[in-house]
Design a protein around this ligand. Structure first.
Ligand SMILES: NC(=O)c1ccc[n+]([C@@H]2O[C@H](COP(=O)([O-])OP(=O)(O)OC[C@H]3O[C@@H](n4cnc5c(N)ncnc54)[C@H](OP(=O)(O)O)[C@@H]3O)[C@@H](O)[C@H]2O)c1
Length: 274
């Protein structure tokens, strides 16, 4: 991975931070993304000292804000001619109904709309690389809902943390699948993964029996590392599987008609987003 320019959203903690460190150890040029300046600079310093790699940059954006994502994209376009790998990883499980500044339910805004907008804005930089990979960190939790419930997507009537999170992660898979089809002649590959149940700060209120089952964060990066680095996956795009450390084959063929509906809904609002 020496010299490859890799952007990882949400790399100040958990899976993103650990993946950034491992890739930095392999000589990649890492762009850390964070929302809190002090925490992000701490992460940059930590990554440099642990990896002995000085080629660590950072950008800031709260992923719930379209405006901040756009500003981040402008900074990245000023600094870089290309991005070899875009890893959409920043995610949250948000307790209680909250709204983003753009009027979207916060879990959906951070976990899905931010992936959509970041990818759309950085696509030209990925296209300029010869490596051309887009990695989408979804979740096996997307199986908690068998289809998108468009009426409750905004959560205004019956917000439920796990249901809304599951919808946002289902949207990740649908987006990845559709994007891979749209880009199939471009050489850009797009694949989704489920990291496994991992012990991170995603949900500090997790029940103890879930915490007891969770794997350490070092295991949580296996799927991400595979999709970012594996030469076996060269040219593999829009896989029918969500890559998973647990070895579970998370097929989403049955979702094909539903993702078309999601894309229509997102497309109809895209002038506001992109
Ligand atoms: N842990 C699991 O069991 C598990 C299972 C399946 C899928 N996943 C997925 O894995 C990905 C990484 O999660 P994790 O488990 O590593 O959680 P984590 O330890 O909480 O890390 C999440 C990262 O996302 C960032 N983030 C959250 N909200 C943000 C916002 N509004 N703006 C900008 N950055 C934001 C966090 O920034 P701060 O450092 O500022 O908080 C942090 O860097 C997520 O997409 C999650 O859905 C996790």
């Amino acid at each position: 991975m020496k010299g490859r320019i890799i952007f990882i959203s949400g790399s100040t903690d958990g899976i993103g931070k650990q993946a950034a460190l491992e890739l930095a150890k392999q000589g990649a040029y890492i762009i850390i993304h964070g929302r809190n300046k002090d925490k992000t600079i701490d992460t940059v310093n930590f990554t440099k000292s642990e990896s002995k790699n000085e080629k660590i940059d950072f950008v800031l954006a709260n992923m719930s804000s379209f405006q901040q994502i756009r500003s981040m994209s402008e900074v990245l376009h000023k600094r870089y001619d290309k991005i070899d790998v875009l890893v959409n990883n920043a995610g949250a499980q948000i307790h209680g109904l909250n709204c983003s500044e753009n009027g979207y339910e916060l879990t959906f805004a951070v976990n899905h709309l931010a992936y959509f907008l970041t990818t759309s804005l950085l696509l030209d930089l990925v296209a300029k690389s010869e490596y051309k990979r887009i990695v989408i960190v979804s979740s096996g939790m997307h199986f908690r809902v068998d289809k998108m419930d468009f009426d409750t997507l905004q959560g205004k009537t019956d917000y439920d943390l796990y249901k809304n999170y599951a919808h946002s992660k289902l949207a990740n898979v649908m987006f990845g699948y559709k994007l891979s089809r749209l880009l199939k002649n471009s050489g850009i590959t797009v694949n989704c993964l489920h990291p496994g149940l991992i012990n991170t700060n995603l949900n500090p209120q997790r029940a103890q029996h879930i915490v007891d089952r969770a794997l350490p964060v070092k295991k949580g990066i296996i799927s991400t590392m595979r999709l970012v680095t594996s030469s076996e996956l060269e040219g593999v795009t829009g896989s029918e599987e969500v890559f998973s450390v647990e070895g579970v084959s998370l097929l989403f063929k049955e979702l094909k008609s539903e993702y078309l509906r999601l894309v229509r809904v997102i497309s109809s609002s895209s002038p506001k987003i992109v």
